[in-house]
Each structure stands twice: as structure tokens, then as C-alpha cells.
Design a protein around this ligand. Structure first.
Ligand SMILES: N[C@@H](CCC[C@H](N)C(=O)O)C(=O)O
Length: 280
């Protein structure tokens, strides 16, 4: 089985080319591929399928040639993955599967609809659904209970600011935060945030760690960064602006306009090869 490995700010993925939707991938195989000791290791799998050949992609085939079939490391599906979309586009372009026409955004079909991406040197920017901040809810981590903002970025997020004096680095994210299943019946990605020092040319600077649904703590989460940026701007009394979001794996930049949300950062391919069919 052919694979490529790539990452966006340390959020890493096993990419499986399957243009004609012939791989009968199971949750157990995905978990085996993503296992960091017994497999290739990754926060998730990106299966590259022609939109027309995938039941969840075919309705978008008129708009986008390729469908990003995203799986979390535990073998569950998610609607959207921002860093995954950026790495997916890097793969399409480097593999010659998509040829960018100047700055014209490149469409990709996802479970959350079609997103569009622009490649500019090391950076891949993807236009995501505009985050919707819609509720307040609570996360509990050890003895710490935090009220946060529920945000829909195609997938669910809970953005929790740490109280002053508590360091992001002190959080133990080896275990899952607890959340209210009545608010998040399908689970949630939980972002923990602190305010960063002022940075030139942006309207806000936030530091973030994340515990992802289906993947545990990751070094970065693109949809999470979009959720965090929307909450930071809301807290500053704004709807639009540019926010730098520093994650353990680097910096993502989120630009919110009245009707769009652009997520930008590095996206890199690091290896390509063959793996034996994974045995769960
Ligand atoms: N790392 C991703 C998000 C992946 C999906 C998430 N774990 C979920 O289950 O919703 C990103 O970059 O957005």
C-alpha cells in the first residue's frame, strides 16, 4: 500500500492515494496505521479519492475533483480537518494531481463541503467555513473546571481561556477533558488558550493547546485555530481581523472577514513509501 507522510505545524497525517475508491479501509486499519510504535504514526489519515468515486463526495464532483476522506487516529471520521486540508492540497500539487492556475483557489471536497486553497511557497492557505460561536459550555480537566465557548467550524470545538496565572504548559493533556454530552453529543475538540504578547501586523495573538476528539493531544489543529481566532475577535468586540495562533507545532494565521475564514501556515510532505496492509 503506497503512502505519503506529511504535516501542518506538527499535525501529522498518513496520506493514502486511492483515486478510484478501491481501498476497503476499516477503523482498525486506520488506528493501526496511526499507531506511533507499531505503525507509521499520525494524528489521522487522509485518503485521496476522486470526488465522483466517493458516495460522500459525488455531489461535489462538479466543483471539486478530489475528496478528502479524513479519519482521526482512533479510526473515527470527522467532518473537517483544517491542517489536513492544507496538507492534502500540498500532496495534490506536488503529486501533479492538481495544477494551480495562478492564484485561483483550488477546490477540495470534504464532509463539511467544498473548501478552497491557495499555495504560496511554503504556505498553504485554505478558505474554511466561517466559525460560528453559538453557546457556552464547560470543560473539566483534573480539578480544573473552565467555562468556554462552543464553536462550529464544520466540526465541534470548545474554546476555554485559562485564568490569569495558570500556564498552558502546566496542563496535563495525557487524559481527555470532560465535557457536556448534551451540548456535544458527537464529542468535541477542546482548545485551551492564553493571550500572547503583541505581534506586528495582526489584531490578536493567542497561544493554544488542544485535545482533539479521536486523536488526543496534537501539536496543532487548524479548525481549532479558526475557532480560537473567532472567540478572540469576539472578546475584543470585533467580527473580523487577523489573529496569530501559536500552537506547540508552530504558528497558524487566521483571517476572518465578513463572509470568509482563511487558515494559513506551513504544510510539508516528509516521506513517501510502501507499507504492508495494516493489521489491527
Ligand atoms: N486536526 C484537525 C481536526 C481533525 C478532526 C478533529 N479531531 C475532529 O474529530 O473533529 C484540524 O487541523 O482541523
Amino acid at each position: 500500500m503506497q503512502f505519503t507522510k506529511g504535516h501542518g505545524t506538527g499535525n501529522d497525517f498518513v496520506i493514502l492515494p486511492d483515486p478510484d475508491n478501491q481501498l476497503d479501509l476499516t477503523p482498525g486499519q486506520v488506528a493501526a496505521l496511526c499507531d506511533r510504535r507499531r505503525g507509521l504514526g499520525g494524528d489521522g489519515v487522509l485518503r485521496v479519492v476522486r470526488a465522483a468515486k466517493h458516495p460522500e463526495g459525488e455531489a461535489m464532483a462538479g466543483e471539486a475533483e478530489w475528496f478528502m476522506d479524513y479519519w482521526n487516529a482512533d479510526g473515527s471520521f470527522a467532518e473537517m480537518c483544517g491542517n489536513g486540508a492544507r496538507v492534502f492540497v500540498r500532496y495534490l500539487v506536488e503529486g501533479g494531481l492538481a495544477i494551480p492556475a495562478g492564484q485561483a483557489p483550488l477546490p477540495v471536497a470534504t464532509r463539511a463541503g467544498v473548501v478552497r486553497a491557495v499555495v504560496d511557497g511554503d504556505t498553504v492557505a485554505v478558505e474554511m467555513r466561517r466559525p460560528r460561536v453559538y453557546d457556552a459550555s464547560v470543560a473539566t480537566l483534573g480539578g480544573l473546571t473552565l467555562t468556554g465557548a462552543a464553536v462550529d467550524v464544520g466540526n465541534p470545538h470548545l474554546v476555554c481561556a485559562l485564568p490569569a496565572g495558570l500556564d498552558l504548559g502546566s496542563l496535563d493533556l495525557t487524559r481527555a477533558p470532560e465535557f457536556d454530552p448534551a451540548v456535544f453529543p458527537a464529542g468535541v475538540n477542546v482548545e485551551f488558550t492564553a493571550t500572547g504578547d503583541p505581534v506586528d501586523d495582526v489584531d490578536g495573538h493567542v497561544l493554544m493547546r488542544v485535545y482533539e476528539r479521536g486523536s488526543a493531544e496534537t501539536l496543532s489543529c487548524g479548525t481549532g485555530a479558526c475557532a480560537v481566532a473567532a472567540v478572540a475577535l469576539r472578546d475584543a468586540g470585533r467580527d473580523t481581523g487577523v489573529v496569530a495562533v501559536d500552537v506547540p507545532g508552530g504558528r497558524l494565521t487566521v483571517t476572518l472577514t465578513d463572509d470568509s475564514c482563511w487558515l494559513a501556515g506551513p504544510a510539508v510532505l516528509v516521506a513517501t513509501g510502501d507499507t504492508l496492509p495494516p493489521t489491527p
